[in-house]
Design a protein around this ligand. Sequence first.
Ligand SMILES: [Zn+2]
Ligand SMILES: [Zn+2]
Length: 443
Amino acid sequence: MKKAKAEILNQCRRLRREADDVAMRIGKFAELSMREERSSTLAKEILTRHGFAIEREFPLVPNAFIASRGTGRPVIGLLAEYDALPDCGPKAKGPGHGCGHNLLGTASIFAAIAAAETAEAQKLRGTVRLFGCPAEETLVGKVYMARDGAFEGLDAVLAWHPSGVTRVNNGSGTALDSYAFEFFGKTAHAAGDPHSGRSALDAVEIMNVAVNFLREHMPPSCRVHYIISDGANAPNVVPAYARSWYFVRGEDRKAVDDLAKRVKNCARAAALASETRLKMRHLTACYDRPANDALAEAMNENLKAVGPPRFSKADREFVQRLGLEGKFKSKLQDISTERGAGSSDEGNVSWFAPLIGLNTTCAADGTRGHSYIKAAQSRSPIGLKGMRVAAKVLALTAYDLLTDRKLRAKAKREFRRRTKDTEYDPVIPAGQPAPIGDLIPKP
Ligand SMILES: [Zn+2]
Ligand SMILES: [Zn+2]
């Protein structure tokens, strides 16, 4: 076993230059959610070059794919993401990898390659399956992939995320619904005959007021946020069309279902009051994530063996030029069981098979998430160092799962216990294409 693990680490070292190059290229592509054509094409090219077959693509989820290598059970999955964020490019202009998904996707891809390569060399049975997951930032990709059956038949699944700390992440986030509310009114001259018009923007505002009153009477762990994504163009025209975009969050799917019903009532009331027509679009539905202690402990052993990333004087100077102090959290932390306030579409995958993830330090202290400061580090040796640690830990854990029947059984027992009372409902109707931002593209 020890020898096999040493071989995996050697594989990772051999792949290092290629992995660094891919991370930098996806970093440069900086493609927004649902527009990751070049990033996903590059990912598929690399995987194909390393013996993976592109097993499936998803007509309703652009830039999503499944690549696999090996045969039969067990089937071990790894999740890759590669979408960028707006306003995270250099000097906060244009798209950039402000969440570090150029590192995320790359480490998962190369971990899958290293694990599959070693398994094949040892003639092991089993399949390594890499999931190319677009549009994490809009919380869409894995929700629609799950609806279309992507995550069936897995024995375990591994994930990670670039961070400011290095630790195994056995925590959870919130469940979430995302809606676009469109209102259709009647235009008129705003000064000449406003009485002939019916304002769609009024409807948006009435709905927001109603939801803001609702806040007092919703469970304290719930959150609602919105923007007005189309508030019309000129004050002297009664707006015939306006649109808002809402996120509703809660501890679990049931909490979100309950609160979403009440938010939708606010929308209906606003349409009634403003004499406009309402169209609701349910854009995405994320789940919270059950913990898996068995996998967390197994991954933590591998993390301890690999050790945290180490940063140099040049790294400290680099972040000082970005206005930061120049400190990094480079000690290993204990397994996290935190319940964060944010949401991830990773949650949806975790209801299909035991899932565990890790964080590695890819940014200095004081780096805000979703910022150009984080994006700059994601395309620097700092991010690459964190990425290499993640790739090694993922590859080692994938190998454990391929070879250790007892670990798989233990993880599965725990998974069954934690998920037995929840029936996974994809929520989003079959056949609905994945949305771009708050819009659903025509199929
Ligand atoms: Zn992210
Ligand atoms: Zn993000």
